[in-house]
Every structure is written in structure tokens, then in C-alpha cells.
Design a protein around this ligand. Structure first.
Ligand SMILES: [Fe+2]
Ligand SMILES: [Fe+2]
Length: 228
């Protein structure tokens, strides 16, 4: 800065990227940290599984639909990572290895277990994934954090789209009633209480999955998959 000549020169303000550690806030909520880390890695497992699933399909329309679902899962992984970086949550190497193995195993199995089972178990998996994002929302709310509601809402509903798609593929199969009885998911039973034809708005979406415990929601069997 030169005062004598009447000219002023200011140094430019330093630009700090949003993902810089200077912008991170730590999360004092171990179950939420664990859920973020698990969801991030499980999205990779799902994407790997859908690569195998799409590869095993012959019908071009069905193959394209599963490829789209794979892309949705990569998008989810990117969204979860952005949240993790915001709070300086590290990626879990344990979950990354574990879910990579699971995803690769499922991908390979799609070529040998026929057409029904990959679709059935994908639908059941998606059904369980729906509440993961609403439970994440509940955890954030318990800390007074609401800034991620919209993206969590969107991801939860996208998982419901996936569940409904897979159920639609097998709804007419004679195998479905047997598998539904054996594994607790199908046209009458869901693992979540989200319904696409009567959605809560984002502001009320904390009502979803309020009774979610260990992979199921009380009352979801009646509410979840009977609409269509
Ligand atoms: Fe996903
Ligand atoms: Fe999904």
C-alpha cells in the first residue's frame, strides 16, 4: 500500500474452496458417521452389482433401465461423499473393501442364478436402502442440521423408484409369492413406508421411516408396495 501518492493497493482476499478443511465441521454423532461411511461404500456395491446385472440381460430396454439405475447409484455415492467432505468424515477403508467384494460377487452371480433372483434381491435391497437416507435425515435433525434435507429426500425417493421398478419386473412371476413369504419383501410387503403416489413434501419428510429399525419399518408391509 502506498500512502504518499494517494494510491491504495489491496491484496486480494484468499479464495478458500468449500471442501477445504477450513470449511469443515466435525460431526459428533457416531451412528451418523457410520451410516454415511456405509452408505458411501454400499452405493459402490450396488453400482458394481448393476454392472453385472445389466450385462446378464438380453432385452435392450431392460439393460438400459438397469444401466440408468447404476448411474443413479454413482450419483448417490458422489452426493454422500460431498456431505462427508463437508463434515470431514473419512472414507472407511473397511467398508470400501467389504462392499467392493459384495458388489463384485453379486455382479458375477447375476450370470448364473437365472433372471428372477437378481431382480428380486435388487428390489429387496433397494427397499431397505430407502430408509437409510431418511434415517440420515433424522440424525442430522437431532444435531439441528437441515441443509442436506433436499438431497437426502431426493436420494430416498430415487431408491423407492428403483424398488418399484424391480417389483414391476417380477410382479407377475409365479415365484414371487414363494420368495415374498421366504424373504419378507414383494407386492404386499416393503421395508419402508414411502409411497410414490402420496409423497410428503421435503419439510414433512422426517415422518418417513420414523419407526425404522434394523431393515424394516413397522406398518410398512401394509403401506409400502400395495399401491401399484
Ligand atoms: Fe443409491
Ligand atoms: Fe438404488
Amino acid at each position: 500500500m502506498t500512502c504518499g501518492t494517494g494510491t491504495l493497493a489491496f491484496a486480494p482476499a484468499p479464495v478458500v474452496p468449500e471442501d477445504s478443511p477450513l470449511f469443515t465441521v466435525s460431526l459428533n454423532h457416531p451412528p451418523l458417521v457410520d451410516l454415511l461411511q456405509r452408505a458411501y461404500s454400499a452405493e459402490k456395491a450396488a453400482a458394481y452389482a448393476y454392472i453385472g446385472h445389466a450385462g446378464s440381460l438380453k432385452d435392450p430396454a431392460a439393460k438400459a433401465a438397469v444401466k440408468q439405475i447404476e448411474h443413479d447409484e454413482w450419483d448417490h455415492r458422489a452426493h454422500v461423499l460431498a456431505i462427508m467432505r463437508h463434515f470431514d468424515v473419512p472414507v472407511s477403508r473397511y467398508y470400501e473393501v467389504k462392499y467392493a467384494i459384495i458388489g463384485r460377487f453379486i455382479a458375477g452371480s447375476c450370470y448364473v442364478i437365472g433372471w428372477f433372483m437378481p431382480i428380486f434381491f435388487a428390489g429387496k435391497l433397494e427397499s431397505g436402502n430407502v430408509c437409510e437416507y431418511f434415517v440420515m435425515m433424522h440424525y442430522f435433525h437431532s444435531l439441528g442440521i437441515r441443509e442436506h434435507d433436499a438431497v437426502l429426500y431426493e436420494m430416498g425417493h430415487k431408491e423407492k423408484d428403483h424398488e418399484v421398478y424391480f417389483l414391476g419386473q417380477i410382479r407377475g412371476s409365479r415365484l414371487l409369492p414363494f420368495f415374498e413369504r421366504a424373504f419378507g419383501w414383494g407386492s404386499k410387503a416393503s421395508l419402508n413406508d414411502v409411497t410414490l403416489d402420496a409423497k410428503y413434501p421435503v419439510a414433512d419428510s422426517h415422518r418417513y421411516c420414523a419407526t425404522y429399525r434394523a431393515g424394516s419399518v413397522k406398518g410398512a408391509a401394509e403401506a409400502g408396495n400395495q399401491q401399484g
